[in-house]
Design a protein around this ligand. Structure first.
Ligand SMILES: Cc1ncc(COP(=O)(O)O)c(C=O)c1O
Length: 411
């Protein structure tokens, strides 16, 4: 990754830099790792910046579609040029208001997480004179792989428990305002290796076949994701040299019609596509020692990155060391008034002075979007996009309070 310190001087810190050429390269490698006819949904939650997402939609080569989970992501997706009718709308808590907006703006394909979720989708679709195509999200009884960030294979708000599906199938296939068109599996993120990924996909395919035997129309099968990439530490996204052949073998065995498009097949990815494009630059605003511990205080903390650390997933970060003549162990902290604003405890950093700029690599996914941007009222970080080595976009998220008229005084 290039040295972006000159951009930090020009645009200030904290600063995210996204290299769109790296997004293009990740998209090429993921499509190459999948059988040719696979569709690929880009999970907008990873990085909803419309111009980053646009690169995943635009050619050359096959285009991603968008997986969205809120009306905010829908707006970002449409701004990026995705076609509403081709998006997949997911999530366990779809409200009537957001369903009305989504259907009104042209969304037709939903992943449903329960019978009641599907009934809500159907009721709103009917009010709009539309029919919602629903993928039944399945919470399998067991996991194919034992590693990664597991979302399912255990009691969960996601998906319908596989063992209840035989009894539910008659109702799921007759909800007014909907048409059950297939199944959705998204069981884990960041699979540990290629074998785990394939075994999870094989389990999804086998489960889908069982559902088809129970009467689920299987026109469309989304086998999920789990494609891995490092977060906030150096490294390259995972390589999948045998996945394509492995998946073809599984599909030939269980769903031989796939080669002629029955069912349509899809995967999903967020981090693999965008994690590696992004770097975060922060400036050292203070350095202090407390009882023999060094604290390097940065101008950005969990308000600009790593807000998901509350659920123990993501931190600590690593800082680029490549041109450092000497290094030290320090606590990397942000500027917020909370001891929780710790990006890394006892991490190795270059010998730093106040005013220096540090770079955290591989934060193009779950960066700004997964951070506590409003906490303690600091400005959001500036986001710079580069393509072909040139800056092509500079922006910053802004939030402001929108007041509404007080309709009735009193409570
Ligand atoms: C339904 C769904 N699809 C896709 C993703 C993207 O995951 P990742 O960024 O690990 O590829 C997620 C992440 O939580 C998800 O819930």
């Amino acid at each position: 990754m290039s040295d972006y310190r000159e951009l930090a001087e020009r645009y200030g810190t904290p600063l995210y830099v996204y290299d769109l050429d790296r997004v293009r390269a990740a998209r090429r490698s993921l499509f190459a790792a999948l059988p040719v006819s696979f569709e690929l949904f880009y999970a907008m939650k990873a990085n909803p910046h419309p111009e980053v997402a646009r690169v995943l939609r635009d050619g050359p080569g096959p285009s991603c579609r968008a997986e969205i989970s809120s009306v905010g992501e829908l707006s970002a997706g449409l701004e990026a040029g995705f076609v509403a009718g081709e998006c997949l709308y997911t999530g366990p808590g779809k409200t009537d208001a957001e369903l009305a907006e989504a259907i009104g703006r042209g969304i037709r394909v939903f992943s449903v997480e329960s019978l009641t979720d599907m009934q809500h989708v159907g009721a709103v679709a009917s009010r709009h004179g539309a029919v919602a195509e629903c993928l039944i999200r399945v919470n399998s009884l067991s996991a194919g792989a034992s590693t990664g960030i597991r979302m399912m294979g255990k009691p969960s708000q996601f998906g319908i428990d596989a063992e209840t599906l035989p009894a539910l199938m008659p109702e799921l296939t007759s909800v007014p305002g909907t048409r059950a068109v297939g199944a959705h599996f998204y069981t884990m993120s960041n699979a540990a290796n290629e074998a785990s990924l394939l075994s999870e996909f094989e389990q999804a395919v086998r489960s889908a076949v069982r559902l088809a035997d129970l009467g689920l129309p299987l026109e469309f099968l989304d086998i999920g994701g789990g494609f891995a990439a490092p977060y906030a530490v150096p490294g390259e996204r995972a390589a999948y040299p045998t996945l394509r052949a492995g998946l073809e073998r599984v599909l030939d065995q269980h769903l031989p019609g796939w080669r002629v498009g029955t069912p349509r097949l899809a995967c999903e990815s967020g981090r693999y596509l965008v994690a590696g494009c992004g770097a975060l630059l922060c400036r050292v605003v203070n350095i202090k020692t407390s009882r023999d511990n060094t604290f390097v205080v940065l101008d950005g903390g969990i308000n600009v990155m790593g807000g998901l650390s509350g659920i123990g997933r993501l931190l600590p970060v690593a800082v680029r060391l490549d041109d450092a003549e000497s290094t030290q162990i320090a606590n990397l902290v942000g500027p917020l008034c909370t001891p929780g604003d710790m990006l890394g405890r006892d991490v190795r950093v270059p010998k730093l002075a106040i005013g220096d700029v540090i770079t955290v690599p591989n934060v193009g996914a779950y960066g700004v979007t997964a951070s506590l941007v409003n906490f303690l009222g600091r400005p959001a970080p500036t986001e710079v996009l580069i393509s072909g080595g040139a800056v092509v976009s500079v922006s910053r998220l802004e939030s402001r309070r929108a007041y509404r008229p007080v309709e009735v005084a009193g409570v």
